[in-house]
Write a protein that binds this ligand. Structure first.
Ligand code: PLP
Length: 405
């Protein structure tokens, strides 16, 4: 059997490889602290479970949904976006719509399909979510990567973004709050980014806002289009329920975007996956979206507690320089290069040791992290801080002893 060149070019995910190793070690009896998770260890809010339960009684919940999603849910998603981002779509001359898909990942993939021709370039900010470069490549595009660093709080420099533009640039993906860094870009940055976009009228922005509800320290996330609403005409806002409702397995995500784009996206979806899960869409129509806040309040408290513990432990072990205080999403990035462990063992190396160090941490100390080689940041690793308090503290203790002094 001959496989397509497209699939041959796709990289195997180091995250998935790490997860397989976690399962293997756990099966062999090792106690593993799995800090790779991008999901909360809690069930969703009971009011939502009741909405799902009620909808199980209706035939329509088991039948095909409209390709773009139920109109009531699309309207609800649009007004939720307006309310939570402080914007008003009627301000623009454009018409807007929403498309419901099988998760935000599916949404980003389809959106890229509506935009990318072979050879087009998409700007990514590193560290980036592991799936972006692979998806761009699947559609025949190439990526231009702009780096951000722990010593700058992982805030990309707009001048670096400007330098990455070429005549082939089609789009830029921004992800604030960010996976894997756990930061969100400041209001000042968003204004500057908006000004930059006004100077470059052909660039489309995919704003992946899947973590916008998950912010456990002020200031709250802000978005460039609030300051320059005319930019909504070339912005695709991506969101979903995986993170804010703790429903990663129910696979509902969406985008809100100009109708020209949502119509094209509906065409792709109609010929591939069809409409997303009817049962969950209908439950969401009944569900009060303002309950996200109520559900997330104890979750944020939990993340704050874990983040505080991490800060204390790391500073007690001479590890203050190897991370940046995150405020949002589920993650921290550990910069191995700025740890006593790296200085002792790899002082003269320029190579990326993120896989090697992460593998030692897992096999010798039972702590699983995602190596930075997967998200464009050599010699770093992503740590998820969602674990319950006791195992989280144990894992941080082990990590501090290994990396620190
Ligand atoms: C930045 C980012 N975007 C999108 C997604 C995908 O979300 P979903 O579960 O809705 O597909 C994730 C999931 O980890 C993510 O981290």
């Amino acid at each position: 059997m001959f496989l397509s060149s497209r699939v041959k070019l796709a990289n195997e995910s180091v995250t998935l490889k790490t997860n397989q190793q976690v399962i293997k070690l756990a099966d062999e009896g090792m106690h593993v602290y799995n800090m790779t998770a991008g999901q909360l260890p809690f069930k969703p809010i009971k009011e939502f479970i009741e909405c799902v339960s009620k909808q199980t009684n209706f035939l329509k919940s088991y039948q095909y949904a409209p390709v773009a999603g139920f109109p009531e849910l699309r309207e609800k998603v649009i007004s939720y976006t307006e309310k939570t981002r402080g914007i008003d779509f009627s301000y623009s001359e454009e018409e807007f719509d929403a498309v419901i898909s099988n998760g935000a990942k599916h949404t980003v993939y389809n959106v890229l399909g509506t935009l990318i021709d072979p050879g087009d370039e998409v700007i990514l900010i590193a560290p980036y979510w592991v799936s972006y470069p692979e998806m761009v490549q699947f559609w025949g595009g190439t990526t231009q990567v702009v780096k951000s660093h722990s010593f700058d709080g992982f805030i990309p420099d707009i001048e670096d973004i400007k330098k990455s533009i070429s005549s082939k640039t089609k789009a830029i993906i921004i992800n604030s709050p960010n996976n894997p860094t756990g930061v969100n870009y400041s209001q000042a940055w968003m204004k500057q980014f908006g000004e930059f976009l006004l100077e470059h009228p052909d660039i489309v922005v995919i704003s992946d806002e899947i973590y916008h509800e998950i912010c456990y320290y002020d200031p709250k996330p802000e978005f460039f289009y609030k300051f320059y609403p005319e930019l909504l005409a070339r912005t695709i806002i991506v969101d979903g329920i995986s993170k804010s409702l703790s429903c990663t397995g129910l696979r509902i995500g969406w985008c809100v975007a100009p109708k020209k784009l949502t119509n094209a996206l509906t065409k792709i979806q109609g010929q591939t996956t069809s409409g997303a899960n009817s049962l969950i869409q209908r439950a969401l129509i009944d569900f009060d979206f303002s309950s996200f806040k109520h559900f997330l309040s104890p979750v944020k408290e939990h993340l704050r507690r874990n983040a505080d513990y991490l800060r204390e432990k790391f500073s007690a072990h001479g590890l203050s320089k190897c991370w940046y205080q995150s405020t949002s999403a589920f993650y921290f990035v550990v910069d191995f290069k700025r740890t006593p462990y790296f200085e002792k063992n790899y002082a003269d190396t320029e190579e990326d040791k993120s896989e090697e160090i992460s593998s030692k941490l897992l096999n010798q100390h039972g702590v699983a992290l995602v190596p930075g080689s997967d998200f464009g940041a050599p010699n770093t690793a992503r740590m998820s801080i969602v674990l319950e308090e006791a195992p989280f503290n144990e894992a941080i203790e082990r990590l501090s002893l290994f990396l620190g002094n």
